[in-house]
Write a protein that binds this ligand. Structure first.
Ligand SMILES: [Fe+2]
Length: 200
């Protein structure tokens, strides 16, 4: 198995004005493509060749930094494109919403915690909502790291590398995070991953 770059699930200009076509052209066509190409080169002749992407990510963590960085970012971005949709950020599907409310107190409180995780991630990285041992957890990670390597299943992640927001928001990461949560999140996809993780 080798890594390949999927098309975006929407047009390049479909997320504007919250994420521009220019950002998506650079982010998807150049940054994600580089992770795919570098990942394929670094995967060759390793013990992880032929394994699933998840196995490559968890297996190479702490053992092969170059491969982990590229495979991890490939995994993160595959989901990131699907974690957004045009006119996103609407109501959260029922069972997931109930779990969010029982865990964090309210949807608004959850959004505040999630945005705070992204804003306080120092330097490049991600903030996450994951399922771990049946519970919802918010976390943040550096660079390519993700909750898979900590025994959790990520169901929502936001890319806080500057390449994800600098063209549209310059240094205003909090504004980017707020737009992501309020205008872009594809909650149906988050719900799908939640149900899969919850029934695993
Ligand atoms: Fe990215």
């Amino acid at each position: 198995m080798s890594f390949s770059l999927p098309d975006l699930p929407y047009a390049y200009d479909a997320l504007a004005p919250y994420m521009s076509a220019e950002t998506l052209e650079y982010h998807h066509d150049k940054h994600h493509l580089a992770y795919v190409n570098n990942g394929n080169n670094l995967l060759k002749d390793t013990e992880w060749e032929g394994k699933s992407l998840e196995e490559v990510v968890t297996g190479s963590y702490g053992k092969n930094i170059g491969l982990f960085n590229n495979a991890g970012q490939h995994f993160n971005h595959l989901h990131f494109w699907k974690w957004m949709k045009p006119a996103g950020g609407g109501p959260i599907p029922g069972r997931l919403q109930a779990k969010i409310v029982s865990t964090f107190g309210s949807v608004e409180q959850f959004k505040e915690f999630f945005i705070q995780a992204g804003v306080t991630q120092f330097g490049s990285g991600w903030c996450w909502l994951s399922v771990k041992a049946g519970e919802l957890v918010i976390s943040k990670t550096s660079n390519a790291e993700n909750p898979l390597v900590h025994g959790a299943v990520p169901i929502l992640g936001c890319d806080v590398w500057e390449h994800s927001y600098y063209i549209d928001y310059r240094n205003r990461r909090p504004d980017y995070m707020k737009a992501f949560v309020d205008q872009l999140v594809n909650w149906e996809y988050v719900e799908e991953l939640f149900e899969r993780a919850d029934n695993a």
